[in-house]
Design a protein around this ligand. Structure first.
Ligand code: UDP
Length: 239
């Protein structure tokens, strides 16, 4: 049973359990997809029914940020641990390399996915990249077809939320892949274009603040975080 946080059902899993589940999904005929919502995406889902359907329709819903963990605890239904999408992706790539499964990288600005592919194949020996493509395309069909032709077992879909969740729900089948994972800005980090917060910040639940300092234009989006906490408090009172 999933743990409900303001209308988004989260799987109550540790990182190790999440990776095991993803590996099991890879071995079954697809399409399956994984989403990694943070409080901002939960707030988007409250206002956008199609986004909520795409997120809740996933085979695995992982709590990306500390905010979701806090929210779940405040509602009296704690989640086991934080399962950040980017760390999940790292573990999964290790498994893909071990099992000889191939990965397609979709998303980010032109050139970023290729750069990420180069760095990831060096970091995960044995990892096969089936193909790459930037995330600024007009039509979905040809992109899904290109992925299908690449024969990829797994696809990292990095188009930002909720675009990537809707894309996976609508196009997963056409890609022929067993598993798709919506991973936001991860390709930028894998390519070295954007730095992830140092461990100190993430250990103290302050990754969001680090990102805000680096990219002040995110302030509008980040205002969703306090709003999320207000909504959690309201929900707790209602319960
Ligand atoms: N992006 C994309 N196509 C689009 C819009 C966004 O490929 O039409 C990419 C963008 O270049 C970035 C990622 O999606 O690499 C979204 O990153 P963001 O940091 O906003 O995502 P988050 O990790 O916060 O969900």
């Amino acid at each position: 049973m999933r743990i409900d946080v303001l209308g988004v059902g989260f799987d109550n899993v540790t990182m190790a359990e999440a990776v095991d589940r993803a590996c099991a999904l890879l071995d079954q005929p697809g399409p399956h997809y994984v989403v990694t919502p943070n409080p901002e995406i939960v707030e988007v889902c409250r206002a956008d029914g199609a986004a909520a359907a795409a997120v809740n329709g996933a085979d695995l819903v992982l709590a990306d940020g500390i905010g979701v963990i806090k929210g779940a605890a405040m509602l009296g239904t704690p989640l086991k641990e934080r399962t950040p999408g980017i760390e999940f992706a790292g573990h999964l790539m290790g498994k893909l390399a071990e099992r000889g499964k191939s990965l397609y990288l979709l998303g980010a600005k032109p050139g970023v996915a290729e750069l990420a592919a180069k760095r990831l194949t060096a970091q995960y020996p044995g990892l096969t990249i089936a193909g790459t493509r930037d995330g600024y395309f007009k039509e979905d069909g040809p992109v899904a077809e290109e992925i299908r032709r690449s024969g990829a077992d797994c696809v990292f879909v990095c188009l930002g939320a909720p675009k990537q969740e809707k894309w996976m729900a609508a196009n997963g089948e056409a890609t022929g892949a067993a598993l798709l994972c919506g991973l936001g800005g991860s390709l930028d980090v894998f390519a070295g274009v954007v730095a992830r917060a140092p461990k100190f910040w993430s250990d103290h639940g302050l990754e969001w603040f680090y990102r805000l300092c680096k990219e002040p234009r995110r302030i509008g989006r980040m205002m969703k975080l306090p709003l999320f906490l207000v909504h959690v408090r309201q929900e707790r009172r209602r319960k």
